[in-house]
Design a protein around this ligand. Structure first.
Ligand code: PRX
Length: 661
């Protein structure tokens, strides 16, 4: 659980931060600012005298800034004629129109041209010490073979291919093979159940699925092909399932014919991938990302947030089934010609030193992980970290949920030996890449523990109150919105543009203005103008860094498949219907099994509290914020209860509440 941004925690934060800054602050501020050296993409822009004018320019002249970056950073088949054509109020987002390119050429061919034998991927397999390296030349070859195979089997430009694989070179080659032939990919996290997979295949209308026979994780074999078999039983549109064997030789599985696969010529705004994520309703939404803007944004954020330099080994331990894996295990590092790690295992397999042993063995320079893992490892003690040499580390990153000060400090002091900046990066599946984060390489960089700090180039965050009024002062909290478009943002929800507009740009979230992107998160802006993310404002919750809609769990718990009649609230409060006689432990077990089967294991409730009623407003809406506060044990923060139908309901759940396991 994270610290709320109450006064006490902020006080700790700022006194600690002064101590921290001096130890690693890059003191370049006094030297003359050299734009070309700092950011070659911006070298042609006149009048940039320091980092803040560059930031200012990127926001006030977004179009010129991104056009310069796109020309410099991407290889185009033909140039774009219009840098941006966006209207947030209508959910119309178009970048680099007229431009033609191929994403796989940008991620592979151009690096094969200059450094074919450079390692592109290091596959950190489940068993420590059995890593496999894949060079840019090999990855291009695998991608071309797969691209040809897909083409031969009838996959065309514009089709959607579902990929259900753990992180491995073949999964990356599958993504890039889709990009090569102009098909969209739809990677589904390989921990999802058959039903969750089937729902995503159906919504995406995928006729082709790529998977592996079995996965291996934490020493256990996972029957992925069997899950796919069950899923496709309810997906009549699936015509073929391509199955790779999980083998030590990543290039041995495909046909032995030509390895030239002509890259498709793609428009900037053609679809690159769909990625399903949870919203506040039961049905996951397939967010759509397109070619040029997404790739540019992933590449630039990867380079500047993590200070990634040529020759560095980038270790993002997220699964490729999430946006973090897409942007920072695959597209960002490969677009930059980097070396990226694909992590197949868990933070505690075979023991809690796994990450740091891997850092030592692979000589990782940037490590990017989730607060939930950091908190877990912190509990196991410093000895697991001290055992290994971490001197190659330069930057430590955190993503997915707020990082509390204790975990931040441990990450910085113990893992980073007090010398590696920690970048707490805020972003979402919808944003395509990091939007708010420290940038330690900036001449005037500062980092306050537990704060995401400042917007990335071209990002203009605003805070809004509950009336939809923009809050202009500092030292204030509100709904976090972004007031102008950026190239990495999702373009639509697959097959449901109306839902996209309603969720992110319309009045449904805040009552007043249109023309803003509503993130669904709350944030605090400090006196100095730094941002701290305070958590979701809607009915989306974060379970160990995994995002899930409360409605998704509720849909399962109250489904007709349950032999017992129940209705439920959040996390997980269960109200048994009258006259039901059942052992609470039996029902808890049953509900857990159902959530695991229909969604995924991680979505299972940690604790199920049986109550007689839920706190509801007089109009019958469950007051979820009250339930959340009870679970957080923040009884002073229950807020206004005057609209409650029956205040005794709150007392009942407070009395019955138990600490989470
Ligand atoms: O609530 C925010 C939280 O994760 C949500 C996005 O989840 P997802 O689309 O799955 O993407 C996760 C990886 C980018 C956000 O709306 N979140 C993400 N990063 C942070 C965070 N909350 C606090 N601090 C962060 N650094």
């Amino acid at each position: 659980m994270w610290l709320p941004c109450g006064r006490a925690s902020r006080r700790v934060v700022s006194s600690f931060s002064r101590r921290v800054f001096r130890s690693y602050f890059h003191v370049e501020g006094r030297r003359k600012f050299n734009v070309a050296a700092f950011m070659p993409e911006a070298a042609g822009i006149q009048g940039l005298s320091d980092r803040s004018t560059l930031q200012e320019f990127s926001v006030s002249n977004g179009e010129s800034f991104w056009a310069a970056a796109a020309r410099h950073r991407l290889s185009w088949i033909s140039p774009f004629h219009t840098a941006q054509d966006c209207d947030l109020s209508r959910g119309r987002i178009k970048w680099f129109e007229g431009g033609k390119l191929n994403v796989s050429v940008n991620c592979l061919d151009r690096h094969v041209h200059t450094c074919p034998e450079k390692v592109a991927l290091i596959w950190e397999r489940d068993e420590p010490g059995s890593e496999v390296e894949v060079t840019y030349r090999q990855l291009l070859e695998m991608t071309c073979r797969l691209g040809n195979l897909l083409r031969r089997r009838g996959v065309k430009k514009g089709d959607c291919v579902t990929i259900y694989m753990p992180p491995c070179p073949l999964a990356v080659a599958s993504m890039l093979a889709c990009a090569r032939i102009g098909a969209a990919h739809n990677v589904v996290f390989a921990g999802f159940s058959a039903e969750a997979l089937a729902e995503r295949i159906r919504d995406a209308h995928s006729s082709t699925v790529i998977t592996v026979n079995q996965g291996v994780r934490g020493g256990k074999v996972i029957e992925l092909k069997k899950t796919v078999d069950t899923a496709v039983d309810s997906c009549p549109m699936v015509q073929q399932v391509l199955v790779a064997m999980r083998t030590e030789n990543p290039v041995a599985m495909t046909a032995r014919d030509d390895v030239v696969c002509e890259p498709a010529v793609m428009d900037s705004e053609d679809v690159l991938f769909l990625l399903y994520t949870s919203g506040s309703t039961g049905k996951p939404k397939g967010l759509v990302h397109t070619q040029a803007g997404y790739l540019l944004y992933a590449a630039l954020t990867h380079r500047y947030v993590f200070s990634y330099h040529d020759g560095d080994v980038f270790g993002c331990v997220a699964d490729i089934g999430w946006i973090t894996g897409h942007s920072y295990s695959v597209y960002g590092p490969l677009a930059n010609g980097g070396t990226t790690v694909l992590f197949e295992s868990t933070p505690i397999y075979p023991d809690p030193g796994r990450y740091w042993e891997m850092v030592q063995r692979l000589k990782i320079n940037q490590f990017y992980g989730a607060p939930t893992a950091i908190r877990l490892l912190l509990k196991y003690g410093d000895q697991w970290v001290h055992k290994y040499d971490r001197s190659t580390l330069k930057t430590l990153g955190s993503v997915g949920e707020p990082i509390n000060t204790e975990a931040w400090e441990w990450y910085h002091r113990v893992v980073g030996d007090g010398r590696c900046p920690v970048v707490d990066t805020w972003w979402q599946t919808e944003t395509g890449g990091i939007c708010i984060s420290p940038r330690p390489s900036d001449p005037d960089a500062e980092i306050v523990p537990g704060m995401a700090m400042r917007p990335f180039f071209g990002i203009k965050p605003v805070l809004m109150d509950t009336e939809g009024k923009v809050l202009t002062s500092n030292n204030t909290s509100g709904a976090l919105c972004i007031s102008q478009p950026w190239p990495g943002m999702a373009r639509t929800i697959h097959n449901n543009h109306q839902r996209y507009i309603e969720t992110y740009f319309s009045k449904s979230f805040c009552p007043v203005p249109t023309g803003y992107f509503f993130t669904g998160d709350g944030a605090y802006r400090s006196k100095e103008g730094y941002y701290q993310i305070t958590g979701r404002l809607d009915d989306v919750i974060n379970v160990s860094g995994h995002r899930i809609g409360t409605a998704e769990i509720e849909d399962v718990v109250v489904s007709d498949d349950c032999p017992l009649p129940v209705s439920s609230g959040v996390y997980t409060f269960v109200v048994l219907k009258k006259d039901v006689d059942v052992q609470e432990t039996d029902l808890s077990r049953l509900l857990n099994d159902m959530v695991s089967k229909k969604i995924a294991k991680y979505a299972c409730p940690d604790f199920i509290q049986f109550v007689h009623r839920l706190p509801k407003t007089r109009s019958g809406k469950i007051m979820r914020r009250v339930l959340r506060k009870v679970v957080e044990r923040d009884l002073n923060g229950l807020g206004d209860l005057s609209t409650l139908d029956d205040p005794a309901a709150v007392q009942e759940i407070i009395q019955g509440h138990r600490e989470l396991r």
